[in-house]
Design a protein around this ligand. Structure first.
Ligand code: ATP
Ligand code: MG
Length: 323
């Protein structure tokens, strides 16, 4: 606006042969940077106007059958799928299928996979909540986005997955954010209560103990995904090794013994590394050698537990060197 007015003035002055004024105006104008138009007109901080922007639709890649589940988790999965497949019978008797599920357990033991498996079994879209797009820094912004998210998901049957659910409630202790976070949590709980049963909400957490009672109470099924013991790892390894072109001499139970404490995700990584090594050996490296080399590497790998265990030694070493 200012630029157009200045340009008009400049042209006017030149037309009147007032070149000195016109030149001054031109110099002044060339010093003003040209700013690109704002991308959005109103509320530039609002990333999403549509609830679709705060979720990601993923294609389920895993089936419930492929997962090794504890007996209660397996039975609950079966019931959940059955309740939704035959919801009409339940409704005819005044019942709704359960649709608020909480999964807890340490990383890498199948929480996300379980949610995917449920979506796959019921042929429903699998929606993952995007916290990066959901959490806003302005007062009331997160709740407004949450409202749009829920308005969007209730338009169709789906599985709505909240990963790291504790991240929302955990920060309640953070003093200046306390009020806003409390509002977000209570709004979220209220939305969960009002959600129709054809939207299956699955929330996952590594820290179930951090969730307060009000949150726990909302979930009709609470399933635990504990770390596997050696026997379960052996079953898992056996399933994977079965698909390899050749079988190593070392039995899965022995391999599981060498791996020790591991999640399913870590055991899977280990197996993939063995195969990668063997494949890149281009026929020079047998499966037994590839396995042996990966086991050696495994025992020297860095884990969060190992790092914690190192700290006291480091502290002693530092104390020694300073004395
Ligand atoms: N119970 C299981 N049975 C079979 N495979 C599993 C199991 N748990 C994990 N896996 C394998 O490990 C991979 C990672 O697991 P997943 O992402 O489901 O773990 P998670 O519990 O969601 O972990 P995080 O807490 O880190 O999100 C899966 O893709 C799957 O291949
Ligand atoms: Mg996960």
């Amino acid at each position: 606006m200012l630029r157009t007015t200045a340009e008009a003035l400049m042209a006017d002055e030149r037309a009147k042969n007032h070149h000195i004024v016109a030149d001054r105006l031109q110099r002044a104008l060339s010093a003003v940077p040209i700013t690109p138009p704002a991308l959005t007109s109103a509320q530039p901080h609002t990333v999403s106007n549509n609830g679709r922007d705060t979720i990601l639709e993923l294609k389920p890649r895993i089936q419930l059958d492929e997962l090794i589940l504890t007996l209660p988790a397996r039975e609950s999965a079966r019931q959940l799928v059955d309740e939704h497949c035959r919801a009409d019978i339940l409704r005819a008797h005044g019942y709704e299928p359960r649709h608020r599920i909480l999964l807890s357990g340490p990383p890498g033991n199948g929480k996300t996979s379980f949610a995917e498996g449920v979506a796959e079994a019921l042929a429903l879209p699998f929606f993952v909540v995007r916290y990066d797009a959901l959490i806003g820094s302005y007062l009331g912004e997160t709740n407004a986005r949450l409202r749009r998210l829920f308005d969007y998901v209730r338009t169709q049957p789906s599985v709505l997955f909240f990963d790291e659910f504790d991240a929302i409630g955990k920060e309640r202790g953070d003093t200046h954010e306390t009020g806003e976070i409390k509002r977000v949590v209570s709004f979220l709980l209220q939305q969960l209560d009002q959600l129709p049963s054809y939207v299956i909400v699955i929330a996952a957490t590594n820290h179930g103990e951090l969730l307060d009672r009000a949150v726990w109470r909302r979930f009709q099924m609470r399933l635990s995904f504990p770390s596997p013991d050696r026997k379960m790892i052996a079953v898992f390894l056996d399933r994977i090794i079965e698909q390899w072109p050749d079988r190593p001499r070392l039995q899965p139970s022995r391999i599981a013994g060498k791996l020790g404490k591991a999640s399913y995700a870590e055991a899977l990584d280990f197996c993939q590394n063995v195969r990668r090594r063997q494949i890149l050996g281009l026929g020079e490296l047998g499966i037994d050698d590839a396995l042996r080399l990966e086991i050696e590497l495994w025992s020297s790998r860095v884990t969060p537990d190992a790092l914690n265990a190192e700290r006291p030694d480091q502290a002693t070493a530092e104390a020694d060197s300073s004395s």
